[in-house]
Design a protein around this ligand. Structure first.
Ligand SMILES: Cc1ncc(COP(=O)(O)O)c(C=O)c1O
Length: 388
């Protein structure tokens, strides 16, 4: 009966793969969950204390839709680290999480039948939002042979007169690839030549294991045609606080601010004050988390590569390990389901991130070392039990 009221566009949205998984494991015990990218570290205490203080100090009302001026000022200061020179009042919109920033951006630019280029594999949320808006996600495969970097001829072939925007994510979820200068120059050239907007998801910019994070917005001619998506969720282990922001040219920022006013009015004031404390306070907890993630990455990659029939590279950034299991099972979904059923170990099937992800599984390293050790013991015992 409920279906009667559901819009055509909402019906176009694929079901959230995490939803199905959550349902499946609700009654299972002794499960190790490496499926979702929610860090195990507590939010650093000075950030929590700033939120308490803000509640006591009366940050319990609406703020400006675009965010507290002192927070936008501090964000502009922080972004200098990546050579971004921002007008805090005109070019930053604070949002309740970066997912809201993605949603606002796509909602603000897309008309029916517009096309948006999205990498394959990529974060699971881009395609459903685009479909929901009646627009068309156009998949451009990343180069599997070249560690999922961008292949210019493949990308060029996908451009049409209807292409409006292109999404990139670096460091990439799920592959851990950090786009090189060559990748970013390719994207910039294509965007300029074809008048495209680039949506650059940079939420893992503090977790780079090889090289340095660079934003495409800093390439010549790109600042005004890029929307940069940033989050407090992973950097400060603040997923549940719902705080992120976008950086865009003044016109877009203003339009998206108008839309946000009609959706949520503003992000919570005390949460924004906590975000301010995160940026202004000690960065030692972030450094320690990054060091711990890299330790986990090194350990897990080494253990996985010692197992028969599977292989993985060290990711260049982010805290995911992208494992090739194609020699063991052609279907990543079947592999993950079987591993869950037999060893209570939850991983994410690569296919959920796109066709190019088939044959891979993603492990999110959001558990302490002893749990990861147990997870790898289970993987070892699972593979030993396979008839190969
Ligand atoms: C690539 C990417 N972008 C955006 C998000 C959304 O993050 P949040 O809304 O918590 O800022 C995630 C979450 O996992 C992600 O992996």
């Amino acid at each position: 009966m409920g279906k009667r009221w559901i819009s055509k566009n909402l019906k176009k949205m694929e079901p959230d793969p995490f939803g199905e998984l959550r349902e499946k494991i609700r009654h299972m015990s002794n499960v190790i969950n490496l499926s979702s990218g929610d860090p195990d570290f507590p939010t650093p205490s000075h950030i929590v204390e700033a939120a308490y203080r803000a509640l006591q100090d009366g940050y319990t009302h609406y703020t400006l839709t675009s965010g507290l001026p002192e927070l936008k000022e501090e964000i502009a200061q922080y972004q200098r680290k990546f050579h971004m020179n921002l007008d805090p009042e005109g070019e930053i919109l604070v949002t309740p999480g970066s997912q809201q920033a993605l949603f606002l951006t796509l909602t603000s630019i897309l008309n029916n039948a517009d096309e948006v280029l999205i990498p394959d594999p990529s974060y699971t949320v881009y395609s459903p939002i685009i479909k929901y808006l009646g627009a068309k996600p156009i998949i451009f495969p990343l180069n599997r042979e070249n560690n999922f970097h961008i292949d210019l001829p493949t990308l060029e072939k996908k451009i049409s007169p209807k292409t409006k925007a292109l999404i990139i994510c670096s460091p990439n979820n799920p592959t851990g690839t950090v786009f090189s200068d060559a990748d970013l120059e390719t994207v910039a050239a294509i965007a300029i030549e074809n008048e495209l907007l680039v949506i650059s998801d940079e939420i893992y910019s503090e977790f780079v294991w090889k090289g340095k994070h660079k934003s495409i917005a800093t390439y010549p001619g790109m600042k005004n045609r890029t929307v940069v998506i940033v989050s407090f969720s992973k950097t400060f282990s603040m997923t549940g606080w719902r705080l992120g922001y976008l950086i865009a040219n003044q016109e877009l920022t203003q339009m998206m601010g108008g839309l946000q006013a009609n959706m949520v009015i503003c992000p919570a004031g005390f949460v924004q004050r906590a975000g301010l404390a995160a940026l202004q306070g000690s960065w030692e907890p972030v450094t320690l988390m990054a060091q711990e993630y890299e330790k986990r990455v090194d350990y897990v990659v080494q253990r996985l590569n010692a197992l028969k029939g599977i292989s993985c590279r060290k990711p260049e950034g982010a805290f995911y390990v992208w494992v090739d299991v194609s020699a063991l099972c052609p279907s990543s979904i079947d592999f993950c389901n079987d591993l869950l059923e037999k060893k209570a170990l939850i991983t994410m099937a690569g296919k959920y991130f796109g066709q190019q992800g088939e044959g891979f599984v993603r492990l999110a390293l959001v558990k302490p070392m002893d749990v990861l050790t147990e997870a790898l013991d289970r993987m070892d015992s699972y593979i030993n039990g396979l008839d190969i």
